[in-house]
Design a protein around this ligand. Structure first.
Ligand SMILES: Nc1nc2c(ncn2[C@@H]2O[C@H](COP(=O)(O)OP(=O)(O)OP(=O)(O)O)[C@@H](O)[C@H]2O)c(=O)[nH]1
Length: 392
């Protein structure tokens, strides 16, 4: 199945909500064109059209220099292998203008499609709809203001509004869509943080499997030593991914496990060491101490580690994800996000709010419970899926 179709299906709840909401807004108070007046706007001028995306996904190693300048890859560094979180994206119509034009040319949108003049009332309805889709008030206001710029009084069809919205969303998301950077450092230490249940274990398993498929050697440290069940789950995912999982006795110090794991990874020349961590936010001070101790200890072995601190967020928590980012930014030096459970949630809009508010890279999205249900984040596909623009 085309990846776009899969994403669209999986984002069904979000997209149908926006999709139907936008249709309703236009129908509410719309007039039917028969035919549209010659001077009617054939289609709105595109807003701040996002720079055309290259056909190819960004290179695996980001432009970001390795943590300290001295660690920057030497010119002779071996060519990076394709990043594991890159998944070939099938050709899909862009979220923006082209599909609309094509749609029109192919007669997808009849000239009798209902149109509604863009006025304050309609803008308010749009804002409300975006807020209910978890975009948050600030982002919803900014998005609608941009959509309205230069278009007040223009008569727009539902499809044109969806295209405008998709363009605006893609424009916000474009800068944050970056795969997890890979460095020539061995081991590259990836600290994985997030609240319990956000999908850390699952994401570590999926990422480990993708890194391994890309030819990297990976080892996982089960750093949530306080919960036997968490360790067992991680072992199951390690088995699935074919990657060893280092564990420590229940209740032992996670920092000491991290130390041992670093030593083993260094000894074995392992490419990536992924460290799972506890996610108990109930006692923030303890968690902060635990995370900073892990970091202190691994820095004794490599002062540039951790090279990535991934925050795993559960999309179904909606706006709560925003406060989790704020909290974890205080606890750890978060370098990127993975958003899980985007399948089957009506709260996908929170990604837009996250990108708008924090600008942290979104490395990947979880769209299911299977090992291959982790996809690179593609802003245009996401915008199209979220707004219900598709190839129907
Ligand atoms: N539908 C869906 N479910 C997911 C996704 N990612 C994780 N899950 C499910 O979410 C639940 C929690 O995932 P875990 O990976 O165990 O979460 P965790 O953060 O490690 O949780 P703790 O072990 O309690 O700290 C599991 O039932 C997973 O199958 C996803 O992308 N989509």
């Amino acid at each position: 199945m085309a990846f776009f179709k899969k994403l669209k299906d999986k984002l069904f709840n979000s997209s149908s909500k926006l999709d139907e909401g936008l249709d309703a807004i236009v129908t509410d108070g719309a007039e039917v064109d028969t035919p549209p007046p010659a001077d009617a706007p054939a289609r709105p001028a595109p807003v701040a059209t996002p720079a055309p995306r290259p056909e190819e996904i960004p290179p695996p190693v980001s432009e970001t220099p390795a943590p300290p300048p001295s660690e920057a890859p030497p010119p002779s560094a071996p060519a990076p292998t394709p990043t594991p979180i890159e998944i070939p994206v099938e050709q899909t119509p862009p979220a923006g203008g082209k599909s609309g034009l094509l749609g029109r040319l192919l007669g997808r949108e009849s000239s009798a499609a209902p149109r509604r003049a863009l006025d304050d009332d309609m803008l308010e309805q749009l804002e409300e709809l975006l807020i209910t889709a978890d975009m948050g008030v600030d982002t919803a206001l900014r998005v609608t203001a941009n959509m309205a710029e230069g278009r007040m009084g223009k008569r727009l069809s539902a499809r044109e509004i969806k295209e405008l919205l998709a363009q605006e969303i893609a424009r916000i998301m474009e800068p944050v869509a970056t795969p997890m950077p890979l460095y020539p450092k061995k081991p590259q230490v990836v600290l994985v943080v997030g609240v319990n249940g956000s999908g850390k274990t699952t994401t570590i398993g999926k990422l480990a499997s993708q890194f391994k498929a890309a030819g990297k050697t990976v080892v996982i440290a089960a750093g949530d030593t306080f919960r036997a069940a968490a360790v067992e789950q991680l072992q199951i995912w390690g088995d699935r991914a074919g990657v060893p999982v280092l564990t420590a006795p229940e209740g032992s110090d996670p920092a000491s496990l991290a130390w041992d794991a670093m030593a083993q990874a260094e000894r074995d020349g392992t490419d990536l060491l992924m460290i799972d961590t506890a996610g108990r936010l109930q006692n923030r001070a303890d968690l902060m101490e635990e995370l900073s101790k892990i970091v202190r200890v691994i820095r004794k072995k490599d002062e540039t580690a951790p090279h990535n601190t991934l925050l795993v967020l559960d999309a179904t928590t909606g706006q709560n994800a925003l406060s989790q980012v704020e909290t974890f930014q205080k606890l750890a030096d978060v370098s990127g996000l993975v958003m899980t459970k985007l399948d089957g949630t009506a709260r996908g809009g929170v990604l837009v709010a996250l990108a708008d508010k924090f600008g942290l890279p979104i490395h990947a999205i979880g769209v299911g419970e299977q090992i291959d249900d982790l996809a690179p984040f593609d802003p245009e596909e996401f915008a199209a899926a979220l707004t219900g623009l598709d190839t129907r």
